[in-house]
Design a protein around this ligand. Structure first.
Ligand SMILES: NC(=O)c1ccc[n+]([C@@H]2O[C@H](COP(=O)([O-])OP(=O)(O)OC[C@H]3O[C@@H](n4cnc5c(N)ncnc54)[C@H](O)[C@@H]3O)[C@@H](O)[C@H]2O)c1
Length: 266
């Protein structure tokens, strides 16, 4: 199913910061008509040419689609006025981390459907991940498809971990790129050269892993020539499961904050 921009309007985007802005960038690049989207944001500055941008909700028909792109802390400032404009024909899609479907339903009781989405910033290139949970709406799957991999998550409780892995994950990879570059610079390479090498190495390795049809573990073994040097590095990462434990603890702390937010923004 292809998303029907002509009939799924009005389409309101409430807030258009880093994340919603990345989604908008990709939708437009993938052919969405700019005049099919209305952005409501405090600055009133259009995030892209041709996108109607307002500082308050527009008059006129009930929206077919609303994308909530604000921070969870801003929800209660936005919800009452928005809820009054939403009807059974409205599909509400929220990208708010740690804000459950029940919390959204309590604030938007008239919405026809409520979907939580967890995108990540690489969606700007059409190479992101968008996890979805809540009411299964085919049009939302179709809307998200140009952004990258779309996955429905059956159990909303898993969404905290999904958010940690897919939503926050790019930040962890960016840290690793920096750490690789910093390590090489510390050991003697010119910092700018180390940064370039680290970045392109990660880009190529990710692309190779995505297209290889083999597990990352097998690909790692292919790099580690028998009796060669890579194995010595893998031994450092694998000793006492150092990297695996670090990744687990990273995801655990991230997901725990999602649960904490869910409790705070009930
Ligand atoms: N940044 C990410 O990688 C990422 C990934 C997944 C989900 N999210 C979620 O996306 C949401 C936004 O995060 P972000 O990183 O883009 O933050 P952000 O601060 O860049 O964006 C929030 C935007 O909301 C706008 N805003 C504030 N009050 C508003 C109001 N009353 N009406 C309309 N707009 C208003 C702000 O001007 C700002 O542009 C959060 O709920 C977050 O959990 C972010």
């Amino acid at each position: 199913m292809v998303f029907d921009w002509a009939s799924e309007r009005p389409f309101w985007m409430i807030g258009c910061g880093n994340m919603a802005g990345a989604m908008l960038t990709r939708w437009l690049a993938a052919g969405a008509p700019a005049n099919g989207i209305t952005v409501i944001r405090p600055s009133g500055v259009a995030p892209a040419a041709g996108v109607q941008t307002l500082t308050a909700l527009p008059e006129g028909p009930v929206p077919r689609l609303v994308l909530l792109g604000i921070k969870p802390q801003q929800l209660d400032a936005v919800a009452p006025a928005l809820a009054a404009r939403i009807g059974p024909e409205t599909v509400l899609v929220s990208i708010l981390a740690g804000t459950g479907c029940a919390s959204l339903r309590a604030r938007f009781p008239a919405a026809g459907a409520i979907v939580r989405a967890m995108p990540n910033t690489p969606v700007a290139l059409g190479r992101g991940v968008v996890a979805l949970t809540g009411d299964r709406v085919d049009a939302v799957t179709a809307l998200m498809r140009p952004l990258g991999l779309v996955e429905w998550i059956d159990d909303e409780e898993d969404f905290h971990l999904v958010a940690a892995l897919a939503g926050s994950g790019p930040a962890f990879v960016f840290r690793m790129i920096d750490a690789l570059a910093a390590g090489a610079a510390d050991l003697g390479l010119a910092p700018d050269q180390a940064a370039r090498l680290a970045l392109h190495m990660v880009e190529g390795a990710g692309a190779l892993a995505a297209g290889a049809g083999e597990s990352p573990a097998r690909l790692a073994d292919r790099v580690a020539s028998p009796g060669g040097m890579t194995r010595k590095g893998l031994d450092v990462l694998d000793a006492d499961q150092a990297l695996a434990r670090l990744m687990r603890a990273t995801l655990d702390a991230t997901a725990a904050r999602g649960r904490e937010m869910a409790a705070a923004f009930r």
